[in-house]
Design a protein around this ligand. Structure first.
Ligand code: CP
Ligand code: NVA
Length: 333
């Protein structure tokens, strides 16, 4: 059911398929914790093609490949001809003739689609401007670990409602039957075509979708999720975004409005908090702010599960690689 397939965007997978991958990731996490071998990709070679920077995705793909017995090769923006002297299609043919699978992180969704169409091997989207599907597997895995299930839970995503994370959370929630609220200023709400995909999926799953600018919408949330206000490639927009999004900062006041003491905090990371100790000092100096989308208080609070979410990138990326490329027996989960 998964052999030879690519993970380019969530909508290409059914509810049952996504649920299977999440459960498989939970199973692989248990194997890793028990130090049990799971080398389903022994002898395979994996290309890790990155146009944009990454900590979690690069680390997760590298360790996942090693744990699965494969060899990962990092191809960064200064290492390869792609993006400068060679077309995406030619790069795809070259990599596909040598590697067994390709991870791509970059700007354009069309590039990851071309890589999949032209390489002849499974391609996994490690983030584009439009979607972040491997993050979704880790996020809904984390929600399942904490609550026992994600079906019918209320997820409120707060902040930039037009970025890759908002798109992916909206559509994946709609597929999985998770009630999703996108809480964002009017001009940063999801594009009509993304809303249309989500509405179609929600009609099948029964998920409720709310798109609003009113922070009262956090009432009843089980999960408050946020992301950076300025995504990679948008760095010229800090001033405008800070002004627009400050009313949507995730802080103690917003959490109180959930009226749910069990509400958890999630963030895909990296996060712009604790700015005094990051390379974001320029923003801090300019805005005189030390916290942007989330306060240190919430980020470090017991209800914050951000590092569980991060660790789950490893197990869920392992699941998608093993399911689409594994040539050995994949245990039933
Ligand atoms: N969440 C995530 O994709 O992090 P990186 O940008 O560090 O890979
Ligand atoms: N929206 C963020 C996600 C980072 C994982 C970005 O694209 O920079």
């Amino acid at each position: 059911m998964f052999q030879g397939r690519s993970l380019l965007k969530e909508v290409d997978f059914t509810q049952a398929e996504l649920a299977y991958l999440i459960d498989f990731a939970i199973h692989l996490k248990a194997l890793k914790k028990q130090h049990l071998p799971h080398q389903y990709l022994a002898g395979k070679n994996i290309a890790l093609l990155f146009e944009k920077t990454s900590t979690r995705t690069r680390a997760a793909f590298t360790v996942a490949a090693n744990d699965l017995g494969a060899h990962p090769e990092f191809l960064g923006p200064n290492d390869v001809q792609f993006g400068k002297k060679e077309s995406t299609a030619d790069t795809a043919k070259v990599l596909g003739s040598m590697f067994d699978g390709i991870q791509f992180r970059g700007f354009k969704q069309t590039d990851v689609e071309i890589l999949a169409a032209e390489s002849g091997v499974p391609v996994w989207n490690g983030l584009t401007d439009t979607w972040h599907p491997t993050q979704m597997l880790a996020d809904f895995m984390t929600i399942k670990e904490i609550f026992g299930d994600y079906t019918g839970k209320n997820l409120v995503y707060v902040g930039d409602g037009r970025n890759n994370m908002a798109n992916s959370l909206l559509v994946t929630s709609a597929i999985l039957g998770v009630n999703i609220t996108i809480l964002a200023p009017d001009d940063l709400q999801p594009a009509p075509e993304i809303q249309a995909i989500a509405a179609e999926k929600a009609a099948k799953s029964g998920a409720h979708i709310t798109i609003t600018a009113d922070t009262a919408a956090v009432k009843g949330a089980d999960v408050i999720y946020t992301d950076v206000w300025v995504s990679m490639g948008e760095e010229d927009q800090y001033d405008e975004r800070i002004e627009k999004l400050m009313p949507y900062q995730v802080n103690a006041g917003l959490f109180e409005k959930t009226e749910n003491p069990d509400c958890i905090f999630m963030h895909c990371l990296p996060a712009f908090h604790d700015l005094a100790t990051t390379t974001m000092q320029a923003i801090q100096a300019k805005s005189r702010l030390t916290e942007l989308e989330v306060t240190d208080e919430i980020f470090n609070a017991p209800q914050s599960v951000v590092f569980q979410e991060t660790e789950n990138r490893l197990h869920s990326i392992k699941a998608i690689m093993a399911a689409t490329l594994g040539h050995l027996f994949i245990p039933k989960v």
